[in-house]
Design a protein around this ligand. Structure first.
Ligand code: 13P
Length: 254
């Protein structure tokens, strides 16, 4: 079935020296964990050095963003081709990109297309705001986001989705495992409408938002939740290792 997936989104944290030290601290234990995919997503400037540090291990590398053009006069941007030489995954459509950098579903769609074309596997993030949740609009919002991001894509090869309710990100107020499981089940139904049941059953869908070593078990025990996209807790070595180890053990026991 679906291999469980734990990814750390380091966001705008760590210098190159700190990033190298962090990954060195986690490298051996992460490498030893079996039956689970382990991904670290450091800032752009640390990708090349971390790639060297984890070479030959089972740890995978992801970026946190990219532009959709292959190359050109786009000062300050990083292209799919540059990333595909360094990493396997790229986080796209994170709510912080949508909120602070004006990314729309259309932009996210262009980025997902460009990533797939370059052979990068997108970790597509989506999720509702607090007002939308309180207005009972979660289903409507995530449906619009998933359809928008995948418009015109005939085969979402390697796609991973992260359901991250915005009100749960960085707040210490995680969603409940039950509610997240329901929303993720809905997302899988939406994928089945687009690509058929078999493809939908193969797509990993993660939960993200205030995941810690203390609450990961509740999420991983849910049948529809295939892993987690971890923010704050992913830059604390022991905490991230514990999250990944618990996830591997629980999914293995199923
Ligand atoms: P926190 O785990 O810090 O809430 O962040 C979640 C997130 O945004 C991961 O992409």
């Amino acid at each position: 079935m679906r291999t469980p997936f734990i990814a750390g989104n380091w966001k705008m944290h760590t210098t190159v020296a700190e990033a190298s030290a962090l990954v060195r601290q986690m490298k051996e234990r992460l490498d030893r964990m079996e039956g689970i995919e382990k991904v670290v997503c450091p800032p752009f400037i640390s990708l090349a050095v971390i790639r060297q540090i984890i070479q030959g291990t089972s740890i995978r590398l992801g970026a946190q963003n990219m532009y959709f053009e292959e190359e050109g006069a786009y000062t300050g941007e990083v292209s799919p081709l540059m990333l595909s030489a360094l990493c396997d995954y790229v986080i796209l459509g994170h709510s912080e990109r949508r909120q602070y950098f004006g990314e729309t579903d259309q932009v996210v769609n262009k980025k997902v297309k460009a990533a797939l074309k370059a052979g990068l596997m997108p970790i597509l993030c989506l999720g509702e705001r607090l007002e939308e949740k309180e207005a009972g609009k979660t289903e409507e919002v995530v449906t619009r986001q998933v359809r928008g991001a995948l418009e015109g894509i005939s085969s979402p090869q390697g796609l991973v989705i992260a359901y991250e309710p915005i009100w749960a990100i960085g707040t210490g107020k995680a969603a409940t495992p039950h509610d997240s499981n329901e929303t993720i089940a809905l997302l899988r139904r939406r994928l089945a409408e687009l690509y058929g049941e078999e493809v939908a059953q193969g797509v990993r869908i993660l939960y993200g938002g205030s995941v810690t070593a203390s609450n990961i078990a509740g999420f991983i025990e849910q049948p529809e939740i295939d892993g987690a996209l971890v923010g704050g807790a992913s830059i604390k070595a022991e905490e991230f290792l514990s999250i990944a180890e618990q996830s591997a053990a629980i999914k293995k026991g199923k």
